[in-house]
Design a protein around this ligand. Structure first.
Ligand code: UDP
Ligand code: MG
Length: 334
């Protein structure tokens, strides 16, 4: 990554906010609780933990409520329904009061010890410290391979500075957080937004652990959705691709057309007596299919962009909060 900056050393944050989205994680919360009870005292800063219940349909919220009632550092935001991981993280970011925040998954795949290394980089002056995965333990070949492809494709489509092999596990300084908080787009790809903001960024390498319990909440369908969101929200490349593809198909159609006309003319002028002048059924059908397909693809891609404009124009809030625990209602910190 290019360096556009110089680093200024700084102290540990006075307050560090952990932002953790939880969707149907009843099996995981007890492990998370144990793990945080162990790591929080080691963190050289005051801490708050913002747990966002993303419309879970299991007992997640009950676990979170009883945890928050015992520990004032634990803050809970509970959504009115499932809004998705990226939005849940956004709500946590909006309510964080820390001088720096760490975004991590509830399932302990992002090992909390890594936070200490992230803080070391924060003190060096970095504004974003993202976790880069060295190994994906306990995941299927398909998940590993699709993730590999996903990150490479995203780098092309989203931003040249998009870090490879890293998820949303990262530390973000208040300076960077305030910029991200001003970016209110509906279709969010936080990693790409982070790359867009810029500021000094650096990785810490970590081993991604297997899930503490329960199943992934990111099935293929949601992963594809995230990939399409990332591509379409950040880059006009799909539109340009459909234009080039359309031009290419039109060019082929032009050549086929010319050759057909030439053949027919030669046939009538006696230059090409052996030419079998049939109704041209195969050609017409093939061309129709190709052109029809190309047009539909192009309209589909266009539709993705139009749908996004529609969503943005409505200007709805990104999420609806049903209840809050240990979260003060005073205005969010800037
Ligand atoms: N998650 C969420 N809303 C969703 C899906 C997932 O808040 O609609 C949370 C989930 O509880 C977890 C994190 O996002 O804390 C990452 O999800 P998961 O571990 O299932 O994804 P994976 O690690 O398998 O990609
Ligand atoms: Mg996970």
């Amino acid at each position: 990554m290019a360096t556009y900056y110089s680093l200024t050393k700084r102290k540990n944050p006075g307050l560090l906010s952990l932002v953790i989205p939880c969707y149907n994680e009843e099996k995981v919360i007890p492990y998370l609780q144990d793990s945080l009870n162990e790591i929080l005292p080691k963190i050289p800063a005051n801490t708050e933990v913002i747990l966002v219940n993303d419309g879970s349909s299991d007992k997640t919220i009950e676990f979170l409520v009883s945890w928050a009632n015992k520990d004032k550092r634990i803050k809970v935001l509970s959504f009115a329904r499932n809004f998705g991981h990226q939005i849940a993280v956004t709500a946590g970011m909006d309510h964080a009061l820390g001088d720096a925040i760490v975004i991590m998954d509830a399932d302990l795949q992002d090992p909390p010890e890594v936070i200490l290394e992230m803080l070391a980089k924060y003190r060096e002056g970095y504004d974003v410290v993202y976790g880069r995965r060295e190994e994906r333990a306990g995941e299927t070949f398909f998940k590993t391979a699709s993730a590999w492809l996903f990150y490479r494709l995203m780098k092309i489509l989203v931003h040249k500075d998009l870090p490879l092999d890293s998820g949303d596990f990262r530390l973000i300084s208040r300076k960077c957080l305030n910029v991200l908080k001003d970016m209110r787009e509906n279709h969010r790809f936080l990693r790409g937004m982070g790359a867009w903001v810029g500021f000094p960024q650096t990785p810490v390498i970590y081993k991604r652990a297997p899930r503490a319990a329960g199943e992934t909440k990111y099935p293929l369908r949601k992963m594809l959705r995230l990939a399409i969101n990332a591509a379409v929200s950040f880059s006009p490349l799909p539109l340009r691709f459909s234009l080039s593809f359309g031009i290419f198909i039109a060019f082929i159609g032009f050549l086929v057309g010319i050759s057909a006309i030439v053949k027919v003319l030669m046939y009538y002028s006696g230059l090409y007596p052996n030419f079998v002048y049939n109704p041209g059924w195969a050609t017409v059908v093939t061309l129709l299919c190709i052109i029809g397909g190309a047009i539909l693809i192009a309209i589909g891609i266009l539709g993705e962009y139009v749908a996004r404009i529609f969503e943005e124009v409505k200007g709805r809030p990104l999420y609806v909060i049903d209840s809050k625990i240990n979260v003060s209602d005073r205005k969010n910190r800037r």
